[in-house]
Ligand binder design. Sequence first.
Ligand SMILES: [Zn+2]
Length: 231
Amino acid sequence: MHSEIETLKTWITESDNIVFFGGAGVSTESGIPDFRSTDGLYHQKFDYPPETILSHTFFYQNPEYFFRFYREKMLPLDYQPNEAHKKLAALEQAGKLRAIVTQNIDGLHQKAGSKRVYELHGSVLRNYCTKCGKFYSAEFIRDSAGVPHCTCGGLIKPDGFLAAIGWAGLAATIWSVIVPALMLRASRKKFPAAAYSAPGGSLTIYVLLVYGCITAVCHILFVLHYLPMYE
Ligand SMILES: [Zn+2]
């Protein structure tokens, strides 16, 4: 463990082109529960599972419930950046870190001073009117009552994360079909006959084929089950 930390230190010292990829673990030190840990957000008591609440369908069908959950569990506006956030911001300032890619939606990297932050699942800091696109801050959502509406009358919706999980599932499906298919094609091209005649060759082909099909079917079932919730 000690030597791993030393290695990491050396890498950081020697590099000036770092990209940091992080998730929930970065913010747990700030007191924000991990979505999927034992006492994390996804296991806390609500009438519906969070993945259902945080979906497009649920958002439009039960906006009151959505915003009750959102204000209570998703607006960590009082949380403060921890040492990890601060160190990453310092590394960026020192010209060593190029960007942060995060799965978190809490905005704590920006609060720590990081400038280039790519948020895979959107951010609670960005909320937009579904009608005219006007921007609203997290504070506005927190301080509003019930379902927040724009001055134009449109419904205000948090940016990004509602759709992200569904699209990730769909991407995984496409990936799980394309990769084995390409591998099959490549192996057949390279060993047109040998693949079927060499000992073990045909087995490899069939294992790939069966693996690809099973993965694809699993992903399609998953997406069919979950995607409707996200659109
Ligand atoms: Zn509007």
